[in-house]
Design a protein around this ligand. Structure first.
Ligand SMILES: [Cu+2]
Length: 158
């Protein structure tokens, strides 16, 4: 009985440390630290960012995504059009063989359209990713409070 309890405790610790690492593996892919910025309660769209590491010998392709917090999820890129940064929807995103792809502010990102729930800082929400080879994987997106730069800016406005 005591031994069983010990094992249960170990299992619990292992799952807790896995959650903290916040990294997901599917096939040859490693998806690292999915995150999103906290949004104002009136927000209608959101974003999700993460890094994808492709350890495989073949290019991988992100085909799409979905989340219960949004009506649809689009893959977006930022492009410079006549000196103005604009977001543009793309059909798919390639992660080169033995390479990496970053979804980050100012570049590729997942756009959560028509939010039916605005996730607050400190919360997590599920996001399902569809890959051409590796198939489907569900990740948890961590909603982070506004970054230090933003806080810094707000401070200056006062
Ligand atoms: Cu976008």
């Amino acid at each position: 009985m005591t031994l069983l309890k010990k094992w249960a405790a170990v299992a619990l610790m292992l799952s807790a440390s896995t959650a903290m690492a916040h990294e997901y593996k599917v096939g040859e892919l490693e998806i690292d630290h999915p995150w999103s910025r906290a949004l104002p309660p009136v927000a209608t769209v959101g974003v999700a960012y993460f890094d994808i590491d492709n350890q495989g010998e073949q290019d991988e392709v992100l085909l799409g995504a979905e989340s219960p917090v949004a009506k649809t999820v689009e893959i977006h890129n930022h492009i410079n059009e006549d000196g103005v940064m604009k977001m543009r929807q793309i059909d798919e995103l390639t992660i080169p063989a033995k390479g990496k792809q970053s979804l980050a502010p100012g570049g590729y990102h997942l756009m959560l359209m028509d939010l039916n729930k605005v996730p607050a800082a400190g919360e997590h929400f599920p996001l399902t990713l569809h890959f051409k080879q590796a198939g489907t994987v569900e990740v948890e997106v961590a909603v982070e409070a506004q970054d230090d730069d933003k806080k810094h800016d707000e401070h200056h406005h006062h």
